[in-house]
Ligand binder design. Structure first.
Ligand code: ADP
Length: 180
């Protein structure tokens, strides 16, 4: 795990499962437009949350690319789930802006709900094929830019499934630290 600070907000990156972050208020779902369960992150979150999550999601679907909606966490250890629809790489443009919108909207939504901590997976880098290095760069840039606008969030965690994705974040964290 590595840590950097953007103002007073703590940013962490660690390897793990987004559905197993019990100390976090809101976990973020790399959702599909219909907010249904599926493979990857959405499957893991819906499996752990139980069928109540799918029922609650029904009233919000469909969502647009870059949009974020909030539900309760149901059987998850987290009070809330924030569902974001990332861009499909090569189809939804401008991909970098739309990806940044996901992170920004999720942070503002969590902050409006007075939540203190939030965990993100690497949105769009699975089924949606966004190259992981570029996705990490845009994600971190959007998050650091938003930190100055947040009032309640104290901890932002990036949860990476693979060791190679964790390395990408660790290198970006090192570069950010070096630039401060
Ligand atoms: P998208 O459709 O937005 O690309 P995916 O769920 O297919 O979303 O994948 C996004 C990223 O999350 C990928 O890097 C994938 O390896 C990773 N991932 C898959 N399952 C989990 C999980 N349980 N926890 C954290 N990350 C996960």
């Amino acid at each position: 795990m590595e840590v950097i600070y953007a103002g007073t907000t703590r940013l962490e990156c660690r390897q793990g499962d987004i559905a197993d972050q019990p100390d976090i208020d809101a976990i973020v779902n790399a959702a599909n437009s219909q907010l249904l369960s599926g493979s990857g992150v959405a499957g893991a979150i819906h499996d752990a949350a139980g069928t109540g999550l799918a029922e609650e999601c029904r009233e919000f679907a469909p969502i647009a690319t870059g949009e974020a909606v909030i539900t309760s966490g149901h059987n998850l250890p987290n009070s809330h789930v924030i569902h974001c629809l990332g861009p499909v790489y090569g189809r939804d443009e401008p991909a970098d802006t739309l990806l940044g919108d996901c992170y920004r909207h999720a942070l503002h939504l969590a902050d409006r709900h007075r939540l203190r901590s939030i965990a993100f997976p690497a949105i769009s880098t699975g089924m949606f094929s966004y190259p992981p290095e570029a996705a990490a760069r845009h994600a971190l840039k959007a998050v650091i830019a938003a930190c100055g606008e947040l009032h309640h969030i104290e901890l932002i965690r990036f949860v990476l499934f693979s060791e190679s994705d964790l390395r990408i974040y660790e290198e970006l964290f090192d570069a950010y630290r070096g630039s401060c």
